[in-house]
Design a protein. Sequence first.
Length: 72
Amino acid sequence: MTTVMTHQDDGGDLSVFAGADQILFACNKGHYWILEAAVHEVKHREDSPAPDMEVESMVDNFGPDLIGALGM
C-alpha cells in the first residue's frame, strides 16, 4: 500500500519519518512538522489471531486500512 500525501497549502509532496519519540512530516517545499509520540506494539492474544482491543479501537478511529498498514 502506497499513500501519497500533499501539503494543501503549496501542493508539495509530504514524507513521514519516525524516530525515537518523534514523528516528522517534511514537505519538499521547505515546511515541516514535528509531533511528539509514544511507541506501541501490536500484540495478539495467545488464544486468538485477532488483534487486541486497542487495535480494534484504532480501526474505529482511523479506518480499516490501518490493518494492512500494521502488517496484519
